[in-house]
Design a protein around this ligand. Structure first.
Ligand SMILES: Cc1cc2nc3c(=O)[nH]c(=O)nc-3n(C[C@H](O)[C@H](O)[C@H](O)COP(=O)(O)OP(=O)(O)OC[C@H]3O[C@@H](n4cnc5c(N)ncnc54)[C@H](O)[C@@H]3O)c2cc1C
Length: 391
């Protein structure tokens, strides 16, 4: 293989390119990226980047050393797999021996046809929100997953009155009831209002010039100056429509991230095999792990290791820095290794029904490998270990 093309210049695309070099690939690499920036940390955008007082830099990543030709501001718009040829948005084509698909996802909107909602994925979205928050608008956040709640937290911290509109308890589907209650408690203490049922529409307010109304499923509405939708995402796969690679509208890769012998996919765009079939796992560390496996699989096929994703989740919101190793959501009450209910810092562990463990640290500084080790220990062994003390 001498000519690899990567579509997407996010963390998955850039990690895959670097991994090719790490595995002694010396041929040509071309990265085609629709955004005009170097890859950056999306997780930082909804956390530190919104809170930065002066500058705007916490999302920046070290420059990658993959020695690839990067075509930024350029999109792949079609794939002819039989002839190993990509069609690009400037009308040109690009041939390849190997293809890495890492085109990510984009946010869903309540009303894609109108310009009434902000969505949040790109560096430009963060810049816009930082600017808008200066006037302390009333904010309605639609959706209460991790992104919606982190944005609600940032808006509240910036002095805005915030209403979160959601179908069910915030963060419950990600974390489970116990941890969701911890987060909801912290959000309410910071003045955030949480309302149900879910939103069905957004429109300009008839009663207040310039304001917006989010219409809920029961016909009631929430008035706001700024509406932020965090209601899920759609994969960027339209350019693959006629490629033959889509399976039921998904890019379903095998355990080595392969779609064909010379095509792999990685990151948020890819549906990876798991316990309950194929699913996208739109998480930072998952994108990195997939990209490393995908690059190796492109080079050495079956000799590449299979994906072995170590579940890791983190979030910063409402003054809570939560890190979790192991299966989520968790069920029931935890065993407290350090701390006590409602008194952070806390270090907790759940014994899951399948025999695995989940370790969660809230405002408790602990290196991830140690947290992971704790998730794998029996609670009794963990409690007896002096080296788990806060450091
Ligand atoms: C605000 C925010 C906060 C987050 N916080 C966390 C967190 O706390 N923890 C966590 O684990 N995960 C978090 N995530 C998720 C994490 O950032 C993603 O899983 C990760 O960035 C996915 O990387 P990717 O390279 O697969 O996709 P992306 O970063 O989306 O990169 C794909 C790139 O491909 C480009 N592209 C799309 N179509 C084309 C095309 N046709 N041709 C060329 N280029 C194309 C896109 O413009 C984009 O630049 C967060 C995400 C966001 C948005």
């Amino acid at each position: 293989m001498e000519n690899v093309v990567v579509v997407g210049n996010g963390i998955a695309g850039t990690t895959a390119a670097t991994a090719l070099r790490d595995h002694s690939y010396r041929g040509r690499i071309t990265i085609i990226g629709a955004e005009t920036h170097e890859p950056y940390s999306r997780p930082a955008l909804s956390k530190s980047a919104l809170a930065e007082a002066g500058g705007f830099s916490s999302h920046l990543l070290p420059v990658a050393d993959h020695d690839a030709d990067v075509l930024s501001g350029m999109a792949a718009i079609g794939l002819d797999l039989a002839n190993r040829r990509l069609k690009l948005s400037d009308g040109s084509t690009r041939d390849f021996d190997g293809l890495i698909i890492a085109s990510g996802i984009r946010p869903r909107k309540l009303r894609p046809d109108l310009d009434l909602e902000l969505t949040f994925r790109k560096v430009e979205d963060a810049q816009e929100l930082r600017t808008l928050l200066r006037s302390k608008p009333r904010v309605a956040v639609v959706g209460a997953g991790v992104l919606g709640m982190e944005l609600a937290s940032a808006c509240a911290a910036a002095g805005s009155r915030v209403t979160v509109i959601c179908r069910s308890k915030p963060m419950r589907s990600t974390l489970g009831d116990f941890l969701a209650d911890v987060i909801v408690g912290a959000a309410r203490r910071q003045g955030v209002e949480i309302v149900n049922p879910h939103a069905v529409d957004v429109r300009e307010s008839a009663s207040e010039l310039g304001a917006r109304e989010v219409v809920l499923a029961d016909g009631s509405s929430v008035l706001a100056d700024l509406v932020i939708s965090a209601i899920g995402d759609v994969p960027n796969i339209e350019w693959l429509k006629n490629s033959g690679l889509l399976n039921n509208g998904e890019l379903r890769v095998d355990s080595r991230c392969r779609l064909a012998s010379n095509v792999v996919a990685a990151g948020d765009v890819a549906a990876i095999p798991g316990e309950h079939g194929h699913a996208r796992v739109p998480l930072w560390t998952s994108a990195i792990e997939q990209a490393k496996v995908a690059a190796q699989a492109l080079l050495i096929g079956d000799a590449a290791p299979e994906l072995d994703y170590q579940q890791y989740f983190w979030t910063d919101q409402f003054g809570l820095a939560l890190k979790a190793c192991g299966r989520l959501p968790v069920k029931g009450e935890p065993e407290y290794i350090e701390g006590a209910p409602g008194a952070e810092p806390t270090l907790m562990r759940w014994q899951n029904a399948d025999g695995s463990g989940t370790a969660v640290a809230i405002n408790y500084r602990m290196p991830i490998p140690k947290l992971r080790a704790l998730s794998r220990q029996s609670p009794r062994a963990a409690q007896g270990r002096g080296d788990l003390k806060q450091q």
